[in-house]
Every structure is written in structure tokens, then in C-alpha cells.
Design a protein around this ligand. Structure first.
Ligand SMILES: NC(=O)c1ccc[n+]([C@@H]2O[C@H](COP(=O)([O-])OP(=O)(O)OC[C@H]3O[C@@H](n4cnc5c(N)ncnc54)[C@H](OP(=O)(O)O)[C@@H]3O)[C@@H](O)[C@H]2O)c1
Length: 314
């Protein structure tokens, strides 16, 4: 049974690496990125917002994919004015897959050449919520949304032969200690928890990376995942009063400035050191081994087919 299989595979070194964090060894890239196109999801706050500013300050043009039009207009105006680069936006609420597929189609049909694609949009929910697509919300927003865009754009990216895809993942993937439980994606037979569902979604994203890495091998397109540090953002603000109190008074007090996440995302997206590196998980800029359930090739295969079905792609 898979639970026992994973237990045997766990190493203390994984856990210590997570506790140490990657902050002390944060690598920086000082190259500019003039004229290159960076596409990023969830850029209206937190890590996404600071990352957009980081790339724009080095001359990159931005295409942001957000759920809120008003915030997107304000963001693009700010970026254009402050950094004199191009900034455009597309709207997709990841809790509605039809909107993500629509943006995927538009990108596919456009003549835009994507240099860096950052999948950042994500939420943490203490409550179990089922979307209109009949999926658990966190699984859909934190995983399926990124799967849809990657899957739809895979041939286009491969044909161009030059792009870096980055998942803003999490050390929280380690909360899916027993694996992703693909037999019960809506938590009908097992207990739902905020940490558990977050861990499952992030682990699913790492499993999809195994398949995408194989797909892009030798093409010039790389795909990696990263933990952005424990940083102070709006994450979790959709939850109830008790969680928000806990976040404000405990989590936020020990959280770092999201500039470290942006510095790491710039390094991973631009640095020559990252040329040809694919299929890896980084804690900021330090490579780490993911937890055993995120390395399970058999489940990765099963998830790939199930994701196509769940995302309404074929
Ligand atoms: N903060 C941390 O310490 C930490 C640690 C590990 C991993 N992460 C990951 O980092 C990523 C960014 O999170 P953050 O900490 O920067 O949180 P944040 O400040 O809440 O930003 C999340 C972004 O995702 C967008 N988003 C949320 N739900 C969406 C939906 N249904 N459709 C489209 N976009 C949606 C938000 O849009 P709105 O502005 O409209 O809400 C916002 O732009 C997430 O994937 C998170 O899991 C964060």
C-alpha cells in the first residue's frame, strides 16, 4: 500500500532542509532582461506583485493573468509609468476553468513569444469548497489552473525551443505525507484540512512537473518549481476570523519580505546558471529533494490522464 511505501522513503535530510530554509543562500542575478516577455499568474498581490516589479525594473515586458480587472488595470499602469516597459493583462478566475482555458487559447493563437512563464496564483483554504467545475477549490486554483496553461501551450513552447517555466510551489507540499489520494479528489472519503489540501495541490503540481520535464526534454524549454520562502503576503485572507488572527499575530510576525521570493524568481528565470536545468525543486534558489509522494512516477502518470479529464481538456 502506497502509504507504507512513502514512509520507508522519507529521509530526515528532507525535513532538516525544509526547516533550514533557503534564505541564507539566496543567489542573485544582476543581468538585465530587456525586451523579454514574462507571463505571470496572480500578480495583483504578494509574491506575484513584487516579482512583476522585479522583472519590469530589469527591462522585461509583462503579461499578467489575474482574476481582478480593476487591480490589473492599476498594476499595468503603475508598471508602464514607473519602468517604461510593456504591461498587458488577461483575466481568468482559476476557480472557473473555462476562463483559464480561454486565456490558454488566446495565448496559443497569439504571436507572443513567452520567455518566462511563472505559475504563481494560489490560495490556502481552511474550508472545503467545491468549484462549479466540480473540483476541490485549492486543487483547482493551485494545481489544475497551472496544468491547463502548460498543457495547452506545451507544443507552442516546444516549437519555439526557448522558455523557462517556473511553478511557485511550496515546502507545504510536504504536508501531503500520504500522497495525493487521487481516488478521492473531493475529500468525500477522507478528512479535509487546510494544510492537507494545500499539500495535495502543491504535490500534484510537482508530479505534473515530472511529466512536463519529460515532454520538454532536449527542446530548450525548462520547467522547475520553487518554494518562495515564508513571506508576508495576503495569503489566507479568504479564511475565517480565527485563521486571520493566527496569521496576523503569529505567522506574519515571523514572515520575511516577499522581495526574497522575487529575487529568487528572477534568478531562476534569467540567470545563466539555470540554463538547461529542468525538473528540479528549489527552496528559493537552493536545490532540494521534494518529499517522496512528489517523486512517485506511477502516480504522476495516473494524475496526468486524470488532470486532462478534470480540466476538460480533451
Ligand atoms: N506567502 C508565503 O509564505 C508562501 C509560501 C509558500 C508558497 N506560497 C505560494 O506563493 C503563491 C503566491 O501567494 P502569495 O503568498 O503571494 O499570496 P497572495 O498575496 O494572496 O497572492 C495570491 C495571488 O493569487 C491570486 N489568486 C487567488 N485566487 C485566485 C483565483 N481563483 N484565480 C486567479 N488568481 C487568484 C490573487 O489574486 P487577488 O489579488 O485577486 O486575490 C493574488 O494575485 C501561491 O501559489 C502560494 O501558495 C506562498
Amino acid at each position: 500500500m502506497s502509504k507504507r511505501k512513502y514512509l520507508k522513503q522519507y529521509k530526515w535530510s528532507n525535513v532538516f532542509a525544509m526547516m533550514r530554509g533557503g534564505g541564507k543562500e539566496l543567489k542573485e542575478c544582476t543581468d538585465d532582461f530587456k525586451g523579454h516577455l514574462v507571463v505571470i499568474t496572480g500578480a495583483t498581490s504578494g509574491i506575484g506583485y513584487i516579482t512583476v516589479r522585479e522583472y519590469a525594473s530589469r527591462g522585461a515586458n509583462l503579461l499578467v493573468i489575474n482574476r481582478n480587472e480593476e487591480k490589473s488595470i492599476a498594476l499595468c499602469e503603475e508598471i508602464r509609468q514607473e519602468f517604461q516597459v510593456e504591461c498587458d493583462y488577461k483575466i481568468a478566475d482559476f476557480s472557473r476553468l473555462s476562463e483559464v482555458r480561454k486565456v490558454g487559447r488566446e495565448l496559443l493563437e497569439s504571436d507572443l513569444d513567452i520567455d518566462v512563464l511563472i505559475h504563481n496564483a494560489g490560495i490556502y483554504s481552511t474550508k472545503k469548497i467545491i468549484t462549479e467545475d466540480d473540483n476541490e477549490l485549492v486543487f483547482q486554483v493551485d494545481y489544475l489552473g497551472s496544468f491547463v496553461l502548460n498543457y495547452m501551450l506545451r507544443d507552442k513552447l516546444k516549437a519555439r525551443g526557448k522558455a523557462r517555466i517556473i511553478f511557485v510551489n511550496s515546502e507545504g507540499h510536504r504536508f501531503a505525507v500520504w500522497g495525493i489520494g487521487l481516488h478521492d479528489p473531493k475529500y468525500e472519503k477522507r478528512r479535509h484540512s487546510g494544510l492537507g489540501s494545500y499539500g495535495v495541490a502543491k504535490t500534484a503540481q510537482l508530479l505534473s512537473m515530472i511529466k512536463f520535464t519529460e515532454y520538454f526534454e532536449g527542446s530548450g524549454v525548462t520547467i522547475n518549481a520553487m518554494h518562495p520562502g515564508n513571506v508576508k503576503t495576503n495569503t489566507g485572507s479568504n479564511n475565517g476570523r480565527i485563521y486571520r488572527w493566527y496569521k496576523r499575530n503569529l505567522v506574519d510576525r515571523i514572515s520575511k519580505d516577499p522581495q526574497i521570493s522575487a529575487t529568487a524568481l528572477y534568478y531562476l528565470g534569467v540567470s545563466e546558471d539555470m540554463e538547461g536545468i529542468s525538473g528540479k525543486f528549489f527552496n528559493l534558489t537552493k536545490e532540494e529533494e521534494p518529499a517522496p509522494p512528489a517523486l512517485d512516477r506511477e502516480v504522476a502518470e495516473e494524475l496526468w490522464h486524470k488532470s486532462i479529464e478534470m480540466a476538460g481538456l480533451e
